[in-house]
Design a protein around this ligand. Structure first.
Ligand code: MEV
Length: 327
């Protein structure tokens, strides 16, 4: 039996635009997913998952994800979660050259599903590490990141960047531009996160942006402008200029909103954070529902979020330098 864990993340800047080759800066946070893999005698998969937003469910199957378990969670989310586990196990089987290996998989996660904090990337990254180690194979962090990207790419039907999976595999702050992924220096950032209890459908949201981009030249310009914000943000990060980072986050949120990926509850939480004196705030991840991230070293934003209608949880998160590791 082998357990591995990997962190979730927030996007300081650049989600969606990164899909079109613009740079993005995701940062790993101190909320993790743990995946335990135990080899079975047969080639089946049995998955048990515990999540902040789930009461827990167990499903046994031989690789097919179309039999949804009888639990009080959206079947779409369960299917998506199972799809990621399947894809991670396929990558591990391929890496270890054991196509028939079966596993009992247990997932414990502090990262709400589909909420913009990189739950799927963390599960895929930790799942690949746990399952390959269980098969006696040790992969480099780069290979785990690459295989996790391929798994996400497959589940999201070709609409994924390397940002989430690379960040979860390496930890810390990273910069991703197309195939070029690297760790970057970052000061301690006073992240405050607001969660509306919901989730967005990454595939649909990415498609929505793609359609806007194809239809309107100014939507394509908007995506490029997000890239300009990221480049400016990298300079602010290197200088430790939190005030400037906040201003750029506000700008980035406005452009994501224009691209149609915000929601009423995300906008409400963003405004609650700004009104409470945060340096800046934006949605994080695919959008449509889920989480916002703000920068505030005081207690004010966290308190304001707790009293914001539609905000289910407001919490602080540290930048986490630890990427994927054996638990
Ligand atoms: C989702 O967490 C981030 C997106 O940019 C998609 C991706 O980068 O794969 C929306």
């Amino acid at each position: 039996m082998t357990t591995a864990s990997a962190p979730g993340k927030v996007y300081l800047f650049g989600e969606h635009a990164v899909v079109y080759g613009e740079p993005a800066v995701p940062c790993a946070i101190s909320r993790r997913a743990w995946v335990t893999a135990e080899r079975r005698a047969d080639s089946r998969l049995r998955v048990h998952a515990e999540d902040l937003s789930l009461d827990g469910f167990t499903v046994e199957y031989s690789g097919e994800t179309d039999t949804a378990p009888d639990v009080d969670v959206s079947p779409g989310l369960i299917r998506a979660a199972m799809g990621y586990v399947d894809a991670a196990v396929s990558q591990a089987r391929e890496a270890a050259d054991t196509p028939e290996a079966g596993f009992d998989i247990t997932i414990e996660s502090e990262i709400p599903l589909g909420a913009g904090l990189g739950s799927s990337a963390a599960v895929v990254v930790a799942g690949i590490e746990a399952a390959t180690r269980e098969l006696g194979v040790e992969l480099s962090t780069e290979e785990i990141a690459d295989r996790a990207y391929r798994a996400e790419h497959e589940v999201q039907e070709g609409q994924a960047s390397r940002a989430d999976t690379f960040c979860s595999a390496t930890g810390g702050a990273v910069r991703v531009e197309g195939e070029d992924c690297r760790a970057i220096e970052s000061p301690d950032l006073p992240f405050v996160i607001g969660f509306d209890g919901g989730a967005g459908n990454t595939g649909e949201l990415v498609s929505g942006v793609r359609k806007l981009r194809e239809r309107y030249p100014f939507a394509a310009d908007t995506v490029e402008t997000v890239g300009d914000i990221v480049r400016q943000g990298e300079r602010a990060l290197a200088e430790g200029d939190i005030e400037e980072l906040g201003t750029l986050m506000d700008f980035n949120h406005g452009l994501l909103s224009a691209l149609g990926v915000s929601s009423r509850s995300l906008d409400r939480m963003v405004w609650a954070a700004r009104d409470a004196g945060a340096h800046g705030a934006k949605l994080t991840g695919a959008g449509g529902g889920g989480c916002i991230v703000a920068l505030d070293e005081t207690e004010e934003t966290e308190t304001a979020l707790r009293f914001t209608p539609g905000c289910e949880e407001g919490f602080r998160a540290e930048l986490d330098d630890e990427g994927v590791c054996l638990a």
